[in-house]
Design a protein around this ligand. Sequence first.
Ligand code: LLP
Length: 418
Amino acid sequence: MDDFHYRDGELYVEDVPVAAIAAAVGTPVYIYSQATFARHARVFREGMAAIPHVHLAYAIKANPNIAVLRVLANQGYGADVVSGGEMRRALAAGMSAADIVFSGVGKTVAELRDALAAGIGQFNLELEEEGVVLARLAHDRGVRAPAVLRVNPDVDAGTHAKISTGKAENKFGVPISEARAIFDRLAPLPGLDLRGVAIHIGSQLQSLAPLERAYARVGELVAELRAAGHVITHVDLGGGLGVPYRTDDVFPSPAELGAMVARVTADWDVTLMFEPGRVIAGNAGVLATKVVWVKPGVGDPWVIVDAAMNDLARPALYDAFHDFAAVRPSGERMSANIAGPVCESGDTFAKNRDIDAVASGDLAVFRTAGAYGATMASTYNSRALVPEVLVCGDKFAVVADRIDPGTIMAAERVPDWL
Ligand code: LLP
């Protein structure tokens, strides 16, 4: 079932025509389907049904809009946050502090202090010194901070280098070979309840094999830690499951992930935590855009759209593929380059792509833009910050305003010596 579908020749999100949203809100605009978000959340949970104790922490970096977070909170999800700002969003959306996991390789002392004050459910430590500082801060408050140690298993996730996190040369976690010694030193600290380990090897994973290798190493570590007398009650398996950006891509499902995890972790006897992001959000959103010009090129023509790399950075950053589809396709096709108005050649969404034929003024969407889309937007070239719309059945609401360049400029000052 798909909540982005054609009806009478035009693209709808649930029961709302994309064209109606574009007419009301303008373009570019991110459009999310609430039903898709909720369904993905349900499917992921159901995929883990064979695992006795599960905690689901949506990785809110994928899409931190507070309306989206509310949808996930209503589905029983907590959050994985990586900054004080993300923590504030999760709390503002109504998630309980106890259901929030604080990850991140550069948590500042101020962030650790604020998270302790908020009663965050778990700190995922990235280095020994962070554990020492957290223990002291917690001890000063008269509490014990629930924490796990993130280990780096040195596994190649087989994904884009910029979103790989589990290789030894990456900045994340402590080397798994040193985890036991670090545990021995941190566990006795009175301010810490060091209760397990965490792992996250990368994003947009196309195969379960690297995850299984990494989890197997974690299993060995858990046994080693227990043999050394440590009490291990929680293991955080991170996120990373990929989603199809192309219609013919095949990816492992949450159910397949769940079956693999149930098998590999059968004798762990812990609460397993998951931090899914993209698999929940990716296919729950599109970026709607309008064709500004179709400009002749050396080979294929350039379809210049009003969305740009500042609105959807993934193609420029990772050479990512986002399917492009006309809102009212004529049935004709064309081979084209698709680019935004920003003044660099990197602002190109596609080269020599076979697409629905479009002309200036036509509406189109980039698909699979619900994850790492709006959240990575900027105002480069003094463009507006792109708005976001949430659809529910035949209703829609603007859940993030378009922030115009004047508002951004209002925060700037010319000093009095000029
Ligand atoms: N947990 C941790 C510790 C993470 O670092 C991440 C993602 C996740 C969970 C969620 O991973 P997911 O399930 O979404 O794969 N901007 C990039 C993706 C960066 C992912 C960063 N970490 C992109 O647009 O592809």
